[in-house]
Write a protein that binds this ligand. Sequence first.
Ligand SMILES: Nc1ncnc2c1ncn2[C@@H]1O[C@H](COP(=O)(O)OP(=O)(O)OP(=O)(O)O)[C@@H](O)[C@H]1O
Ligand SMILES: [Mg+2]
Length: 302
Amino acid sequence: MMSIESAVTKVDNVGELELFASGKVRETFRFTSNVLLMVSTDRISAFDYVLPTGIPGKGKVLNGLSKFFFRESKDVCPNHFISTRLGDFIELEEDMLELLEGRAMLVEEMKPIPFECIVRGHLCGSAWREYQASGKVGDITLPQGLEFGDSLKTPLFTPTTKAETGHDRPVTQEDVVAAIGKKDADYIHKMSIELFDLGHRTAYDKGIAVLDTKFEFGYNRRGEICVMDEFMTPDSSRFWLKSEYRNGQRNNFYDKEYIRSYLNDSGWDKEPPAPNLPDEVVAEMARRYRVVYESITEHSLA
Ligand SMILES: Nc1ncnc2c1ncn2[C@@H]1O[C@H](COP(=O)(O)OP(=O)(O)OP(=O)(O)O)[C@@H](O)[C@H]1O
Ligand SMILES: [Mg+2]
């Protein structure tokens, strides 16, 4: 039995920095007028609730994979990444630097574009349910007879709203055009597909199949559109191990889906309070996050 290191589920303050936003998973602090410090905690959310149990090392996986892909993709599309070397920029107590090590990133502040740009290379999740009901995903009619998890000939772009509260709702490309104009709407569509292709290819070479993912974009000070938030993490994507997929296994997810399945089977009615996760589920989820990080980056998780 592996020992369970403790999860970092709270980061209340970083030196004197002012809290900018507290999300379900990340705490963001203002560093300068144009630069934010994003800290990925080990919190995990499912069905819109933050669970009381954290997943040790998860924040480092999110931060590390995002950094890896921001670097890989910078020539395809600009992004918000500045640095993970906090010590070069801020003077902090030794304990605080240690707590933040591997889980914090300085980023350029963006004016968010309020859509979640989802790209699907395989048929699963809500797209699978939609297809079963109507043969379509969004306004695209797909061939008949597709099975759960089948790979799609060309990746589908299925944007949604980015809801402050409640569920995200699918939107059409016309809705995106109405909000930000045709040029920018076309650009984020094109970039979503290109970034998905790059991420998918990179991960697949390392033994991880990316089924779908979500990107967020924003405008920087110069009005340029950049990718922000996270990039191809197990919170924003669905992953399979390539080896298992090739053997026909399509139900063993290496992402948050593992926890969703556990919660579905647990009988929880999805009303608060969210239940605690058993130790073995926490350990297995932590292992899966780590496998994805270590496979793709070829570095061990510190
Ligand atoms: N460079 C950036 N500038 C401004 N906001 C950003 C930037 N990068 C990410 N964000 C925003 O910061 C938040 C990240 O926090 P987190 O992922 O914990 O939130 P969430 O659970 O996805 O959603 P919510 O913030 O609604 O709780 C997201 O709302 C994201 O859109
Ligand atoms: Mg998020």
